[in-house]
Ligand binder design. Structure first.
Ligand code: AMO
Length: 431
């Protein structure tokens, strides 16, 4: 819209046209106020009934809350107005009227449950705190991209319709692809690895991953955003360094550019300081056992249960890595240490939950094929991937970071669905 002024930019003495939603209507008798909201904030519009044109007053005050209006007028200083200025209108246009009954209250005065909120996401995201989550999410992705550039990465996009899975056969969504069985991709894993063997060497991707997880939890989605990194000629420790720098960059970007949004959310937000501690898997299970929080002691080879991660997170109290996992519980593409019991796989944890998995990759063709066989996978089905390991595949390492979990833990959100505009879970396929 030409010549529109954002509410935040309206200065006393200006003649402006603002456009936005009717946030509130306060009729005090001889005088009435409309509060108009746009993406930059809110502004008060004052109607003095006896001194203004009747049609103007009638149009302005008969409008329903949440209707879209366009208001032209003069900006005056007014210390009693919420933003110290108000508009005295000369023209009011109702651009799109809203019904009087709304499925939820965008002013946030009346709470709605998460399901109602997600069913009406457009209205829900008119709330300041919800809008703030998504502005922060945007800033996280911007900062992450910038840090990847600092690290010398090229951004890539890999296919989401694929012939094989990578992260365990049960979590794939099958689809029909011109009469053939295909799947929605669970991870860009194999494709990002193939690209470190290209001239690009060091790559990143931010894109959707699809997981047919049966469980319905506050930290699992069936469609999530994965932030993936992969680089030639580095080992797992250098991959961990890169991971730490990207997560810190996300926090720093939000601290620098999103103070208003953090205020709107009223969260305890701290940029992580110092190096993330690196515990081995063995130390991790010892520390979990020592907390006494689990009914059964963990033994070597167990995956960490959710309560174990929680107990350890409380014990460590900051982001941390778990390294040197048993080879048998890490996927085929992760390289073992010389002691083959131990892998180079690592996880990066927030005290509340896992955020990242990664590791050095097996780049030796023969060992890679053996790894497939050991995990009961048919190497033939992965021929498109394995064959490139015969033509000069450098040593490499990388990781995948859950975008929603990063936002969720950063902002202390209770449910991962709050960090996605239109979440996909067992029940939810629309909107
Ligand atoms: P992994 O399967 O551990 O590793 O996934 C990496 C990270 O992605 C996030 N994540 C999810 N977030 C929400 N809902 C889900 N269903 C979900 N699944 C995963 C988590 C997790 O830590 N290919 C490897 C990565 C690598 O080695 O580069 C992989 O996908 O935050």
């Amino acid at each position: 819209m030409q010549n529109r002024t954002y509410t935040a930019d309206a200065e006393p003495g200006d003649s402006v046209t603002v456009a936005g939603w009717v946030h509130e209507i306060r009729d005090l008798g001889g005088i009435a106020f409309l509060i108009v909201r746009d993406t930059t904030g809110k502004i008060q519009v004052k109607f003095e009934k006896d001194e203004m044109d009747d049609d103007l007053v009638e149009t302005g005050l008969s409008v329903n809350r949440e209707s879209v209006v366009k208001i032209s007028g003069d900006v005056k200083e007014e210390p009693r107005a919420p933003t110290d200025v108000e508009i005295v209108p000369t023209e009011v246009e109702v651009v799109a009227s809203a019904e009087p009954e709304l499925p939820l209250d965008p002013s946030g005065k009346v709470d709605a449950d998460l399901s109602t909120r997600l069913d009406n996401r457009t209205l829900d995201a008119r709330k300041e705190d919800v809008e703030a989550v998504f502005k922060i999410r945007g800033e996280v992705l911007r900062s992450v991209r910038e840090q990847f550039r600092e690290l010398g990465c090229s951004e890539i996009n890999t296919p989401k319709i694929v012939a094989t899975g990578t992260e365990g056969g049960t979590e794939l969504f099958p689809i029909t692809y011109f009469g053939r069985e295909a799947f929605m991709n669970q991870s860009p894993q194999l494709f990002k690895q193939l690209m470190v063997g290209s001239g690009l060497e060091r790559v990143f991707e931010i894109g959707p991953i699809f997981r047919a997880e049966e469980h319905n939890t506050p930290r699992h989605l069936n469609e999530a955003t994965s932030i993936d990194f992969e680089s030639a000629f580095i080992d797992h420790t250098e991959a961990m360094d890169a991971c730490e720098s990207v997560v810190k960059a996300a926090y720093e970007g939000v601290a620098e550019n999103c103070q208003d949004e953090l205020d709107a959310l009223d969260v305890d937000f701290e940029v992580p300081e110092g190096d993330f501690p690196r515990l081995t898997y063995e130390e991790a299970i010892e520390r979990i056992n020592a907390t006494g929080e689990l009914d059964e002691m963990l033994v070597w080879g167990d995956d960490l249960p959710t309560e174990g991660e929680k107990a350890l997170g409380e014990d460590v109290g900051s982001h941390y890595f778990i390294t040197d996992w048993p080879s048998e519980i890490k996927p085929f593409y992760i390289k073992d240490h010389d002691d083959e019991e131990l892998s180079t796989g690592f996880d990066m944890m927030h005290p509340r939950m896992e955020l990242v998995s990664g590791g050095q990759r097996e780049h030796r063709f023969d060992r890679l094929v053996e790894g497939f066989e050991q995990q009961g996978l048919d190497p033939e089905a992965f021929d498109y991937y394995t064959k490139m390991f015969k033509y000069g595949m450098p040593p490499h390492a990388g990781w995948g970071l859950g975008g929603e979990r990063l936002v969720m833990t950063m902002l202390g959100l209770d449910n991962i669905r709050e960090a996605v505009l239109f979440p996909r879970d067992r029940q939810r396929l629309s909107p």
